[in-house]
Design a binder for this molecule. Sequence first.
Ligand code: ADP
Ligand code: MG
Length: 252
Amino acid sequence: MKPAIEAIDLAKSFESNTVLDGASLSIRPGEFVALVGPSGAGKSTLFRCMTGLTAPDAGEVRVAGVPLGGLRARDLARVRRRIGVVFQQYNLVRRLSALDNVLAGRLADAAAWRVALGRFSRSDRLLAAAALDRVGLLDHAHQRASTLSGGQQQRVAIARALAQESSVILADEPVASLDPDSAEMVLTLLKQLTAEKGLAICCTLHQHALAERFCDRILELRGGRIGLQDEAVPSFARAWQSLSPVRVSQNA
Ligand code: ADP
Ligand code: MG
C-alpha cells in the first residue's frame, strides 16, 4: 500500500545546530506510529517539515506520493489540508464554541476563518457536527472551548482534524498535558480512528509504556535520524510468550 506520508532523508539545521540529519520515515494508511526521543531531539521540527510549515534544508516530504517541495502555493495548500495537526496545548480559540473550533477544519486557510464564521454551508456544519459526535462531544457543541476540560479540548482538536477530512494526523505530544484517564481516552480515540477511517497517525509521546500499549510501531529520533526502536509485539504473541512454559534448563 502506498504510504500516506513519507519523510525522505530530511536535513535541517538552525545555524550551527544540526537538528535533522537524514531523518526518514514512512507511515501507511491505518497505522498508528509513536515517535519518541529525548527533549530537543527535533521531533517538533520533523513534524513542522512534514506539514510543510518549515522547509527542510535537504530531503523530501511526500503526502500520498506527492512531493511537497516545488508545489505552487495553491497546490501546497490543498495537499496540506490532508494533514491534520494536534498539539499539546490544543490550539483552540478559547472564546469560541467547540463547534466553531471544529468548523475551522473546513477552511483551507486559518486566517480566513474569522471572516468565514457564520458563512459555512449546511454540509460543512453537518460534517463538523458528525466529527464532534465521533469524539463524544456533540452535547458540548455550543460550549466555549475555554470551559472544557483538557481532555475534552484535545478531543475537539481531533474533531477539527476529522472535519478537515485529513488522511494523516500528526499529533505533537497530544497527551503531555492530560491526566492519565484523559490521556488514555485520547490515545484510544486515535487508535480507533486509524482502524475505522484508515487514517495514518504519528504521535510523539514521552511515556514509553503508552507507546507500547497503543501504537503499532515505535520510531526513535536520535542524532537527527530515525531508528526503529521497537516493533510493538502483537498482544497474542505477548500472551503466547508468557504462557509458553518450555524453558530447557542446561542442567536438566
Ligand atoms: P523536540 O520536539 O524533540 O523537543 P525541537 O524540534 O523542538 O525538539 O527542537 C530541536 C532543536 O532545534 C532544539 O535544539 C531547538 O532549540 C532547535 N530549534 C527548534 N526550532 C528552532 C528555531 N525556529 N530556531 C532555532 N532553533 C530551533
Ligand atoms: Mg517538541
